[in-house]
Design a binder for this molecule. Structure first.
Ligand SMILES: C[N+](C)(C)CCCC[C@H](N)C(=O)O
Ligand SMILES: O=C(O)CCC(=O)C(=O)O
Ligand SMILES: [Fe+2]
Length: 421
């Protein structure tokens, strides 16, 4: 009786298969249980390899180095690194993925030492190294972070005694540049010292690690408290902690600050590790962390001062996380520039305000505040996707120059120097 039902289902599925709709059925989790017959494990000849695998009806299962990995057959066909499917000179796929049958299954799977061979119905053979599969599997990625970081409060940062890099060694040696970038990636802030106090030298510094990101504020900016632009940054007022350009669809990745002159009092810079604060929220109220990562908001920049007319709008949640490993990669936090909330129903709005309050409380804890006085010669790089900055009000004449950097190009430089980014 039971057997009959099973074979009935099986033949229905096979009919569907011919019709080409079955792939949806194949994705259903209970599908596997319909085919208990197909399952048998292949053990590797050499016991030391510690690898077993089985060819299942709808996917390939591999157990290797203590990890169970599941691979879709289209995926296995799509990632074929043979000469006809992949151009290893350009590192680009030649295979037209749309030409792969979505119901494809290998005819034969066999293993030789550390290599798996998949023979497809048309006779094409794809081979994979076990290590390559391990490294590139979803299950492998899930356990890894994209960017290793050291989260900090003021004490942690001060105790770490992160050295500043000398201007000369930053410009002239790969080692200096690499040390700088390593610190920057770990902490989200880094300093270069002994920089001549000019805009040109600051520009040279920026160009050593990245392309400068030109924005409505220009390529290199140079500002005082003259209200030449319609924004509080161009005044002597205090600025609470925030990230910049939250009103861009992609906020600027890095901000460079060089204080060229200050004759007066106050004006210290405040730095807060937004990821440290977010981590506290995750520990104390995970559902609030989740809400902050799910609710999209607008930020806005409206300017009508002198010749400057701008209206920028950026949309996105406060916390941005990678869905597969839940790693936080971008915080958008600027209470000045946050626009009218009209993308969220009222009951969610209230829960959002609660979550935003929890995050704000963490961001405002005095022990999380790192205060520094920017001086001519000492250039500060801030990861604007992670570390919030602010400023104390000041008196007198203060000149600040700097620029934004494109994040992709900073990370590109870091990777070329062998850093994980
Ligand atoms: C002066 N400088 C160009 C550095 C920044 C101006 C941007 C200010 C804006 N409220 C924001 O937070 O994005
Ligand atoms: O004046 C400062 O120190 C920083 C102002 C600011 O937040 C900015 O320019 O983005
Ligand atoms: Fe700012």
């Amino acid at each position: 009786m039971w057997y009959h039902r099973l074979s009935h289902l099986q033949s229905r599925l096979q009919n569907l298969l011919k019709g080409g709709i079955t792939c949806q059925a194949l994705q259903q989790p209970n599908f596997k249980s319909l085919f208990p017959i197909a399952i048998h494990w292949h053990h590797t000849a050499s016991k030391s390899l510690n690898c077993v695998w089985q060819q299942l009806e709808d996917h390939f299962e591999l157990q290797y180095a203590d990890t169970v990995m599941r691979f879709d057959y289209v995926w296995l066909r799509d990632h074929c690194r043979s000469a006809s499917c992949y151009n290893s000179k350009t590192h680009q796929r030649s295979l037209d993925t749309a030409s792969v049958d979505l119901c494809i299954k290998p005819k034969i799977i066999r293993q030789e030492e550390t290599t798996l061979f998949f023979t497809w119905p048309d006779g094409h053979v794809t081979k994979y190294e076990l290590d390559w599969l391990m490294k590139n599997s979803y299950e492998g990625q899930k356990q890894k972070v994209i960017q290793p970081r050291i989260l900090w409060n003021a004490e942690i940062y001060q105790q770490a005694q992160v050295p500043s890099i000398d201007f000369q060694s930053f410009l002239e040696t790969n080692e200096g540049l690499k040390n700088f970038l390593q610190n920057f990636l770990l902490y989200g802030i880094a300093f270069v010292e002994n920089v001549p106090a000019t805009q040109e030298h600051t520009e040279k510094l920026a160009e050593r690690i990245s392309l400068i990101r030109e924005t409505i504020y220009g390529r290199m900016w140079y500002f005082t408290s003259d209200f030449s632009r319609g924004d509080t940054a161009y005044t002597k007022l205090a600025l609470d902690r925030h990230t910049d350009t939250t009103y861009f669809q992609e906020p600027c990745g890095i901000q460079v600050f060089h204080c060229l002159k200050h004759e007066g009092t106050g004006g210290r810079t405040l730095l807060v590790d937004g990821f440290y604060a977010a981590e506290q929220v995750l520990q104390k109220a995970p559902e609030q962390f989740e809400l902050l990562s799910k609710v999209p908001l607008k930020h806005e920049y409206i300017e009508n001062v002198g010749e400057c007319h701008n209206h920028m709008i950026g949309v996105g949640p406060v916390l941005n996380i990678y869905p597969w490993n839940k790693e936080l990669y971008l915080i958008r936090y600027n209470n000045y520039d946050r626009a009218v909330i009209n993308t969220v129903p009222y009951d969610v709005v209230h829960r959002w305000y609660t979550a935003h309050r929890t995050l704000t409380i963490e961001l405002r804890r005095p022990e999380n505040e790192l205060w520094v006085k920017l001086k001519p010669g000492r250039v500060l790089f801030i990861d604007n996707w992670r570390v919030l900055h602010g400023r104390e009000s000041f008196t007198g004449y203060r000149q600040l120059c700097g620029c934004y950097l494109t994040r992709d190009d900073v990370l590109n430089t870091a990777r070329l120097l062998g850093l994980q980014a």
